[in-house]
Design a protein around this ligand. Structure first.
Ligand SMILES: NC(=O)c1ccc[n+]([C@@H]2O[C@H](COP(=O)([O-])OP(=O)(O)OC[C@H]3O[C@@H](n4cnc5c(N)ncnc54)[C@H](O)[C@@H]3O)[C@@H](O)[C@H]2O)c1
Ligand SMILES: O=c1ccn([C@@H]2O[C@H](COP(=O)(O)OP(=O)(O)O[C@H]3O[C@H](CO)[C@@H](O)[C@H](O)[C@H]3O)[C@@H](O)[C@H]2O)c(=O)[nH]1
Length: 438
């Protein structure tokens, strides 16, 4: 099949590469000239594990090409994916300007039937808006389908190639057949392609993300209560996660959810509810609790240092919003670093993949270090925001020699309380008792 993917970011590049891998001829289109130049040279602009192998193979075999020219990119395409940004507008709603601009362009240049696929996360009613924007100028027939994406960054290739399910919203039999053919190689193990109408497909995406954000937030509230009543949230997680009705995943309490999706999608669903005069109370609480959770460690640090962080040096491990990505959108680390800087602290940081992106925002306001240990040298305390595997079993003896105070503020519950006690650390984590040296 000949496929065009418009927007070559985290979703578009993974979508394009994976569909090339299943034998399709894919052209990825992006307006970012520098990005397209890098892709044409064989460079992947994002860090996404496993993507390079598929990318290299499909570029080498000529199934994956890149252009900045939309008309050239969609020439002869049977399907055209829109994998464009939908950032929050000022009122929290998803901003559709990128999608509707491309839809308008498509209306002028479509010269044969194609299925236009909304892959971006878009509010209910967007497929109709995209249809209207194209039809205003189109000389040919086309269908607009809603096909939300559920991949997670860091495991995007695996999620895309082996999806739990594929959701397709369409009222067109012709488009349905095209979508069945397209996804057949990815659902061979029996995972379903679930067909529904466009509005339900659009809503399914927001329901999934909001539910997961709520699940995490529930555990964060349990964690906060655990601290007060003297219980351990990790035990609670094991105790309830083994109930198959609850499930083991997405129950990890921590420093709040971040990333490019959960925060904006919960906000956008709340805005949709408001637009339809429905008071979606749980969503309001989820957003409020998560905002507080992200700042949770700061008063503990402040208290530890007697109410002033002026001239203290705080080492930070982990900048990305989660491990195995370089993405720092809505990363809890950033908000905390800014607060530390405002309070007069110096900050030294280490992250295996996300430092370049942070450098673009913070410049020389913080010190970037080449190893986790270099960040600890002469620091007054360590804060942890991302559970990169290399932070899980550090050399505690070495850490003790580098740090001025043996104190760790851990937003990801990486260490056993017993270990920290034995090593003589003061250790603050989430939803577990504070460890103080005997
Ligand atoms: N990142 C994820 O994990 C993820 C997962 C599922 C769904 N989504 C949704 O997918 C959509 C895309 O997200 P993303 O993270 O890939 O975004 P992104 O910002 O990484 O990529 C978007 C790309 O679109 C390009 N673009 C903007 N306007 C364009 C135009 N007129 N023509 C061509 N290209 C244009 C940008 O240059 C950029 O490269 C969003 O709606 C997001 O909510 C994201
Ligand atoms: O038990 C957990 C699981 C996750 N998180 C946090 O939740 C955020 C999101 O994590 P994750 O869902 O793994 O990453 P994303 O790549 O943002 O993926 C989410 O958002 C995507 C974009 O819509 C969807 O496609 C995915 O299905 C959905 O999981 C991160 O800050 C995590 O640290 C927790 O705090 N506890």
């Amino acid at each position: 099949m000949k496929i065009a993917v418009v927007g070559t970011g985290y979703v578009g590049l993974v979508t394009g590469t994976c569909f090339a891998e299943t034998g399709n001829q894919v052209t990825c289109v992006d307006i970012d000239v520098r990005k397209v130049e890098r892709l044409q040279k064989g460079e992947i602009p994002i860090y996404e594990p496993g993507l390079d192998v598929l990318f290299d193979r499909n570029v080498a075999e000529g199934r994956l090409v890149f252009t900045t020219n939309l008309a050239e990119g969609i020439k002869d395409a049977e399907v055209i994916f829109l994998a464009l940004p939908t950032p929050p507008g000022e009122d929290g709603s998803a901003d559709l300007k990128y999608i509707l601009k491309v839809a308008d362009d498509l209306g002028h240049i479509l010269d044969k039937y194609a299925v236009i696929i909304d892959k971006s996360t878009v509010p209910v009613g967007t497929a109709e808006k995209v249809h209207a924007a194209i039809v205003a100028n189109a000389k040919v027939k086309f269908d607009v389908v809603s096909n939300p994406e559920f991949l997670r960054e860091g495991v995007a290739v695996e999620d895309f190639m082996k999806p739990d399910r594929v959701v397709v919203g369409t009222s067109s039999e012709k488009a349905k057949k095209v979508m069945e053919k397209l996804y057949a190689p990815l659902v061979r193990q029996g995972n379903p392609v679930i067909f529904m109408d466009e509005r339900s497909a659009e809503m399914t995406k927001y329901a999934a993300n909001s539910f997961l954000a709520m699940k995490i937030t529930f555990m964060n509230e349990i964690a906060n209560l655990c601290e007060k009543v003297g219980a351990n949230v990790d035990d609670i997680r094991r105790g309830i996660g083994t109930d198959s009705r609850i499930g083991k995943r997405f129950l990890f309490a921590g420093i709040g959810y971040g990333g490019s999706c959960f925060p904006k999608d919960v906000q956008a669903l709340a805005k949709t509810s408001k637009d339809y005069n429905y008071d979606f109370r749980i969503l309001q609480s989820v957003m409020e609790v998560n905002d507080d959770q992200k700042k949770k460690l700061l008063p503990m640090v402040d208290n530890y240092f007697g109410g002033s962080l002026k001239d203290k040096t705080i080492a930070v491990w982990g900048l990305a919003f989660k491990p195995y990505t370089d993405d720092i959108r809505e990363a809890p680390a950033l908000e905390n670093i800014n607060a530390l800087l405002e309070a007069g602290a110096k900050v030294t940081v280490y992250d295996p993949e996300a430092m370049t992106n942070v450098k673009n925002i913070l410049g020389d306001k913080v010190t970037f270090c080449h190893t986790p240990y270099a960040a600890l040298d002469d620091a007054d305390a360590l804060m942890i925001f991302t559970e990169w595997p290399q932070f899980r079993t550090p050399e505690f003896e070495k850490m003790s020699k580098l740090l001025k105070n043996k104190v760790v503020f851990d937003g990801r519950n990486l260490y056993e309380l017993e270990t920290m006690r034995e090593m003589g650390y003061t250790y603050f984590s989430i939803g577990r008792e504070k460890v103080v040296p005997a």
